[in-house]
Design a protein around this ligand. Structure first.
Ligand code: ADE
Length: 254
């Protein structure tokens, strides 16, 4: 997948993706990253890309022309069908569902704002979608773009190692992930759940599903409300709830 990022801080974006799963995917050519700096399209010698807001108020606004030219270049260089996405707190909340849909395209253009934002006329003219990564305000879109690219890259076939799987990630099945444990079997008095040491793959799978359902029920009931449960899942969740409710007060939560 080709990523084209429009940013005043190209080095920061490269660094954020340079390590781990994303770094390996870029090296292996599963994903590529090209950056486009609006400063290179500034109209004056000093590379001015921002100006004061009409109507007054604090802060500066990114100027239409340099951003527009950078978007045009990125669009031209990106594969057919690539969407131009502006990252901003005003955007539609991003979720796994939207990412899975975006991962079907060969390219994506991500537009990062700084200062108070970008002149609205460019957004109206040249941006296809606006995404937010959460109800909080970052100093710029670069971190959000890195979040989007990281989450997309792990969905690309071959990006994760043999023993890792995006299918198992939280949200892929509309549920939170189950708990995970590794050696030692007992750590500071806390044992690993017996079933995970039993070698009984059916029982392990059931336990994991039950934990995923139970955690989602406790922590994110909004996700459960949106998801149809199979009969098996309903039974596993009911087991979990019965167990949970019969726990002595103050007992370990999980
Ligand atoms: N830029 C600044 N804050 C943001 C947010 N919450 N999501 C996406 N882009 C942003």
């Amino acid at each position: 997948m080709q990523f084209h990022v429009i940013t005043l801080f190209p080095e920061a974006v490269r660094q954020m993706l340079g390590c781990g799963v994303t770094g390996r995917a870029l090296k292996a050519g599963l994903a590529s990253l090209r950056t486009w700096n609006p400063r290179d399209y500034a109209e004056d010698e000093r590379g001015t890309v921002d100006d004061r807001p009409f109507g007054g108020g604090p802060g500066m606004v990114m100027m239409a022309e340099p951003v527009s030219l950078a978007i045009q270049q990125a669009r031209t260089a990106s594969p057919q069908g690539s969407r131009v996405v502006y990252l901003s707190p005003q955007g539609r909340p991003l979720n796994q569902h939207r990412l899975v849909a975006a991962a079907r395209n060969d390219g994506l253009v991500l537009l990062c704002g700084r200062y108070e934002g970008i002149d609205e006329r460019v957004l109206a003219d040249q941006v296809d979608e606006e995404w937010s990564i959460g109800d909080y305000v970052l100093s710029g879109g670069e971190l959000a773009a890195a979040v989007v690219m990281d989450a997309l890259i792990r969905l690309l076939p071959g990006a994760l190692g043999k023993n890792e799987s995006a299918e198992q990630d939280s949200f892929m099945q509309g549920l939170l992930d189950c708990p995970h444990y590794t050696r030692p079997e007992r750590w500071r008095g806390q044992p690993v759940p017996q079933v995970l040491r039993s070698g009984d793959h059916g029982a392990i799978e059931n336990w994991r599903k039950r934990q995923a359902l139970g955690r989602t029920w406790r922590r994110r009931p909004d996700l459960l409300a949106r998801r149809q449960l199979s009969e098996d899942e309903q039974r596993l969740l009911q087991d979990y709830i019965d167990d949970y409710n019969s726990r002595p007060r103050g007992a370990d939560e999980e």
